[in-house]
Design a protein around this ligand. Structure first.
Ligand SMILES: C[S@@+](CC[C@H](N)C(=O)[O-])C[C@H]1O[C@@H](n2cnc3c(N)ncnc32)[C@H](O)[C@@H]1O
Length: 236
C-alpha cells in the first residue's frame, strides 16, 4: 500500500517508524510519501493559510497550495483521497479494513479551521473523523487511521489470527487477558485459563466477550445476530 500524506508537520510522522508499522515500512509492504504543504506555497513567505471569507475566528488552509500538493502526486499513485475532519464519517474497524485493500491512498491532514471547502468538493473522495472530538491537526488522526488500516495488510501483524480475534472483528469486544504471574496483589488468574482444557477456555472467552460487550457497549449487540445460547447467557 502506498500512502501519500499532505501535511504542514511532516516531522510528526516519525512515529510511523516504530514497532510493527516501522517494520512494514522497512519491508516496503507500506510506503509513506510525505508532502510538505509549505513547499506548495504560492508566495515567498511560505503562506498556505488565510483569513476566512465573511470574517470569524482562525485561519483556513488555502485551496491553491493544497491543489498543487495533490497534483504533485502522479495520478496513478494518488488513489483514494481522504480529508480528515471531525465532520467526516466516523472511523470504524470495518472502514479500516475496507481502506486497507486500496493500493494507493492520499490523506490530507488539516490544521486551523480546516481546508477550503472547494478542495473537498473538487478533489476529496471521502472525509473521515476519528471520533466526536476536535484535534488541533489531522496528523494525529492520520497516524490512527494508518495504524488501524495497516493491521489488515497481510504480513504487517505477525499473527493474522490475532487481528481476526480483535475487538469489533466479530462485532463484539474482546474479553479480558492475563499473563504471568498467576497471582498479582492477591488477585488470581481465572482457574479456567490454567485448566489446559481448550474447549472450556474457548467457551469462557466467548462468554466473557459477550458479557463485556453487554456491560460496556450494549448498542453493539443490536448489530449482530445472537445465538440462542448467547441470548440465554445475557438473560442469566
Ligand atoms: C481544529 S480542527 C478544525 C475543526 C473545524 N473548525 C470544525 O469545527 O469542524 C483542524 C484539523 O484537525 C483535524 N481534525 C480535528 N479533529 C479531528 C477528528 N476528530 N478526526 C479527524 N481529523 C480531525 C482535521 O484535519 C482538521 O482540519
Amino acid at each position: 500500500m502506498n500512502i501519500n500524506i499532505i501535511t504542514l508537520f511532516p516531522e510528526i510522522f516519525v512515529a510511523l517508524n516504530s514497532g510493527l508499522l516501522g517494520q512494514a515500512i522497512e519491508r516496503k509492504d507500506i510506503t509513506i510519501n510525505l508532502l510538505d504543504l509549505r513547499d506548495c506555497s504560492m508566495n515567498k513567505h511560505g503562506q498556505v493559510d488565510d483569513k476566512p471569507y465573511g470574517g470569524g475566528e482562525g485561519m483556513v488552509l488555502m485551496a491553491e497550495p493544497l491543489e498543487q500538493s495533490i497534483k504533485n502526486i502522479s495520478e496513478t499513485k494518488r488513489g483514494h483521497v481522504i480529508n480528515l475532519s471531525p465532520q467526516g464519517e466516523k472511523l470504524s474497524q470495518s472502514k479500516a479494513q475496507e481502506l486497507s485493500k486500496l493500493d494507493n491512498l492520499t490523506i490530507i491532514a488539516g490544521r486551523y479551521e480546516g481546508i477550503d471547502e472547494r478542495i473537498i468538493n473538487q478533489y476529496v473522495d471521502e472525509e473521515i473523523s476519528i471520533g466526536d472530538f476536535v484535534l488541533s491537526g489531522g496528523e494525529f488522526a492520520a497516524l490512527a487511521l494508518i495504524d488501524a488500516c495497516a493491521r489488515f495488510i497481510p504480513g504487517v501483524i505477525g499473527n493474522q489470527k490475532s487481528v481476526d480475534l480483535d475487538s469489533f472483528s466479530s462485532g463484539l469486544l474482546k474479553g479480558p487477558v492475563f499473563t504471568r504471574p498467576e497471582k498479582f496483589n492477591n488477585e488470581s488468574v481465572p482457574d479456567v485459563l490454567l485448566s489446559g482444557n481448550h474447549a472450556r477456555i474457548q467457551e469462557w472467552r466467548e462468554d466473557q466477550s459477550l458479557l463485556r460487550t453487554m456491560e460496556r457497549r450494549p448498542e453493539l449487540l443490536n448489530e449482530i445476530k445472537l445465538t440462542k445460547k448467547q441470548i440465554k447467557l445475557l438473560e442469566d
